[in-house]
Ligand binder design. Structure first.
Ligand code: FNR
Length: 182
């Protein structure tokens, strides 16, 4: 069984990106388990807190990622870059740096995202690349999914209602799953 940890970079209940992650779970091919995790509860990074010990919530998430074949980041875009809360979570997950090879080293990572605007998180997805490189991951470049106009792609209940995006998502998940299963 190939396992992929999925993380949405938004905390809000009605998040388009969390909706996209839920849709990705539905779209994933058979034989793939998507372990939907959350960044909720991860504190703001503070070196003084780290000196007292890595927070339990961070340790638990590190272990889930380390045990998985892949990591799927579903990212919003804030001010043409990555949201601070999401970057903060990844920063915590990279501590202590001696643990980076275990958690991120060679980890297969895909990035997708949704925004109400026209570019569908193009710039935030691009902004993740140097971070993924620094952490020694193996990003998947075999597909891309930038869900633009996302307020029309999901209904009020967060269900994916756009057939074209559903097709794109299925193709994306099949490609990334195959990459993770290698
Ligand atoms: C945004 N939003 C936004 N959208 C975009 O396409 N490009 C951008 O640069 C920004 N900038 C931005 C900054 C801040 C501080 C906020 C709060 C929002 C809009 C954003 O895409 C929208 O709020 C999404 O709905 C956020 O994702 P979730 O929470 O729905 O997953």
């Amino acid at each position: 069984m190939t396992t992929i940890v999925g993380l949405s970079g938004s905390l809000r209940r009605g998040s388009l990106n969390s909706s996209l992650l839920r849709a990705a779970v539905q779209a994933a091919p058979a034989g793939i388990e998507i372990d939907v995790a959350t960044i909720k509860g991860i504190p703001l990074y503070d070196g003084d807190v780290e000196a007292e010990g890595i927070p339990h919530v961070v340790e638990k998430l590190k272990d889930r990622i380390a045990a998985a074949d892949g990591l799927l980041l579903v990212t919003p875009e804030y001010n043409n870059s990555v949201p601070g809360v999401f970057k903060n979570a990844i920063d915590w997950l990279s501590r202590p740096d001696t643990d980076i090879p275990r958690v991120f080293g060679g980890r297969r990572v895909a990035v997708m995202g949704a925004s109400p605007g026209r570019f569908g998180t193009l710039l935030s997805q691009t902004a993740w690349l140097p971070v993924l490189k620094t952490l020694g991951t193996q990003p998947w470049f075999g597909g891309r999914l930038q869900v633009s106009g996302a307020l029309d792609v999901f209904d009020q209940g967060g269900n994916l209602v756009d057939a074209r995006v559903r097709q794109q998502l299925a193709k994306f998940m099949a490609g990334f799953a195959a990459f993770c299963g290698k």
